[in-house]
Ligand binder design. Sequence first.
Ligand SMILES: [Zn+2]
Length: 153
Amino acid sequence: MVAQNIAYLREHGPSPIAELPGRQIRPADRKADIRRFTLTVSGGTRIGGSCSTVAYLAAHDRKAVLRTFLEDNPGVIANRRFRDFQKLLSEMNREWKAPSREIRDEFFDKPDEKDADGHPQPSEQECPHCGDAVSFGEIPNHIRNGCEAFAEV
Ligand SMILES: [Zn+2]
């Protein structure tokens, strides 16, 4: 089934595991470098349920993996803001942060920028150094503690 799974992924791009010919990823698939993407269990709990898993190949665009995942898990978009999603991603693996920013506008609403009286009240702003969404007023703290642009390599 490994060969069929790989052929399917080559043809269709990143796909929910349930759509694969083998319907699951076995150790042999992982050996053949079929990879899996989902939010971790604790992340799944925090977004309000378990998430499906997307299978992909090393050659696949990470943005396409995230698009497939979000299309298959609309609850993530309904329940969480982009900032929360990005946080879950970076807890898993920082490789997902940059591609997640690029697809942000396709899936997530802009944060509500008005307070109860209708005055502009940005709830988050973009870090000028790394582009992360950060709570309004938290940029200095972010730069000290979480900014990729200042992270030690
Ligand atoms: Zn930053």
